[in-house]
Design a protein around this ligand. Structure first.
Ligand code: NAD
Length: 274
C-alpha cells in the first residue's frame, strides 16, 4: 500500500499514516517496525521516553528501504526541557537512532508548570537551522501554548501531535492549526483500542464498508486531513491499519462518527501534565 503525503509548512512531505511504537520495548520493536515497513509504512513515530530509539534505529538500519525514503519522528522528554539540555538530549536521541538527522523533532508535552517550552523551542529552532531536525513541531500543545510560541519565537511549528479520535475530535485545535499552517497529527487514533473499537456505530459502519472498526476510525481521521499513527505489534493488525486508502466514508457516515464525541481523554491533560 502506498500512503499519500501531506505537505508541511517547511515544504517537506510527510506520510499521512505512520507507525507508532509507544509501549513497545526496545528489544521487541525491531520486528514490528520491519513488518510495518514491509507493509508500506514509511513514517515511524518514537520518543526518547519510549526507551526504544535504539531498537527503532536498528530496524531502520536493517530495513530494505533507504533512509531518505523514511520519515522518522522522535520527541524531547519533559525533564530535558531548557535550551542547553534540549541540545544535549537531541544528540543522545540521534546517537541512539544511529541517524544524522530526524525528519521531525517534537516537544513531547508543553509541561506548563516548568515554563520552559519557549526556551526549549529556541533550541529546536537552532536544530532546525542546522538541518539536523528537518522539521520541528510540538505535541500536546493547547491554543494558549501555541499563541505564546508565536508571540515569542520565530518558527511556526510544522506539526502539533495531539490525542485525537472519535471521542475527542479536537475541533478547536484543528481550526487553529489550519489558520496557522500547522499540521494536525493524531495520537491514539484508535483510542488505544479500549472501548472505542467496540462502539456499535463503528461496528455497523465496519459492516457497511466491509472494513474493521479500526479502519473506520482511521479513515474518519484521514478524511479530516489529519496524520494518523496507529500502533500495533500484531502483524495482521499492522497490515490492516494501513489498508485505509481504498474506500471513502460518505458525509452522513462521517457525521455519525462525529456524534461519538464525549470529550473523554485516554491520556493526561496537557494543561497540568509534566
Ligand atoms: P492507538 O490508538 O494506536 O491504539 C493502539 C492499540 O489499539 C494497540 O495496542 C492494540 O491494543 C489496539 N489495536 C491496534 N490496531 C488494532 C486493530 N486493527 N484492531 C483492533 N485493535 C487494534 O494508541 P497509542 O499507541 O496510544 O497511539 C498511537 C501512537 O501515538 C503511539 O504508538 C505513539 O507513537 C503516539 N502517541 C503519542 C503520544 C504523545 O503524547 N505525543 C501519546 C500516546 C501515543
Amino acid at each position: 500500500t502506498q500512503v499519500p503525503n501531506i505537505t508541511l509548512n517547511t515544504g517537506a512531505e510527510m506520510p499521512q499514516l505512520g507507525f507508532g511504537v509507544f509501549q513497545v520495548p526496545a528489544d521487541e520493536v525491531v520486528e514490528p517496525v520491519l513488518t510495518a515497513i514491509e507493509a508500506g509504512y514509511r513514517s515511524i513515530d518514537t520518543a526518547a521516553v519510549y526507551g526504544n530509539e535504539e531498537g527503532v534505529g536498528k530496524a531502520i538500519a536493517e530495513a530494505p528501504v533507504a533512509r531518505e525514503d523514511l520519515f522518522v519522528t522522535t520527541k524531547l522528554w519533559n525533564d530535558r526541557q531548557g535550551y542547553d539540555s534540549t541540545l544535549r538530549a537531541f544528540d543522545e536521541s540521534l546517537t541512539k537512532l544511529g541517524l544524522d538527522y530526524v525528519d521531525l523533532y517534537l516537544i513531547h508535552w508543553p509541561s506548563p508548570g516548568q515554563d520552559l517550552f519557549v526556551e526549549t523551542w529556541k533550541a529546536f529552532e537552532k536544530l532546525h537551522a542546522d538541518g539536523r531536525a528537518k522539521a520541528i513541531g510540538v505535541s500536546n500543545f493547547q491554543i494558549p501554548h501555541l499563541r505564546r510560541l508565536s508571540e515569542e519565537t520565530e518558527v511556526v511549528p510544522a506539526v502539533n501531535q495531539i490525542e485525537l479520535h472519535p471521542n475527542l475530535p479536537q475541533s478547536n485545535l484543528r481550526a487553529f492549526h489550519s489558520e496557522h499552517g500547522i499540521a494536525t497529527e493524531a495520537w491514539s487514533p484508535l483510542g488505544q483500542g479500549k472501548g472505542l473499537l467496540d462502539d456499535a456505530t463503528l461496528g455497523s459502519l465496519a459492516e457497511k464498508y466491509g472494513k474493521s472498526p479500526a479502519q473506520i476510525a482511521l479513515r474518519w481521521s484521514i478524511q479530516q486531513g489529519n496524520v494518523v499513527i496507529p500502533k500495533s505489534v500484531t502483524p495482521s493488525r499492522v497490515r490492516e491499519n494501513i489498508e485505509v486508502f481504498d474506500f471513502e466514508l460518505a458525509d452522513d457516515d462521517v457525521a455519525e462518527i462525529n456524534s461519538l464525541e464525549t470529550g473523554v481523554r485516554v491520556g493526561p491533560d496537557p494543561d497540568v501534565f509534566g
